[in-house]
Ligand binder design. Structure first.
Ligand code: FES
Length: 133
């Protein structure tokens, strides 16, 4: 199975973003809202958390990472790699400290190619295709 390139789609303008904050776009792919992030002048686009599809576009940004707002899994914004797995939730909705618990890492979240032209931010959409046979 390959990926068909369906072209570039405008998702934001640069003034929509503030440094070290996530921007939630209107673009959904497979039911997942795409988030755009700006880290040290570079732009990145991520899909949802790979635990239970939490919105990383609403996550907390720190040192190039985003923490999922639902159960605190941490992803590297530049690569999508999971750096810390989800924390257990207490009954009051707060999460256990991630310091003393050995968290299973999740699959990386989806990353999208991104480009900026004239202050417009685009991501490249690709849809899975079945191999010809
Ligand atoms: S949905 Fe993201 S950690 Fe659970």
């Amino acid at each position: 199975m390959g990926n068909e390139d369906t072209g570039w789609v405008k998702v934001a303008i640069t003034s929509d973003l503030e440094a070290n904050t996530a921007y939630e776009t209107d673009v959904e792919i497979d039911g997942q809202t795409v988030g755009v992030f700006e880290i040290e002048g570079q732009y990145y686009a991520l899909g949802a958390c790979t635990h239970e599809q939490g919105p990383l576009s609403q996550g907390m940004i720190e040192n190039g990472t985003v923490t999922c707002p639902w159960h605190s899994a941490v992803f590297d914004i530049r690569t999508g790699r999971c750096l810390s797995g989800p924390a257990a939730c207490r009954i009051d909705g707060s999460v256990l400290s991630t310091d003393s618990v050995d968290h299973e890492l999740l699959q990386p979240c989806t990353t999208y190619e991104i480009k900026v032209e004239d202050n417009d931010i685009y991501i490249r959409l690709r849809v899975p295709t079945l191999a010809q046979g």
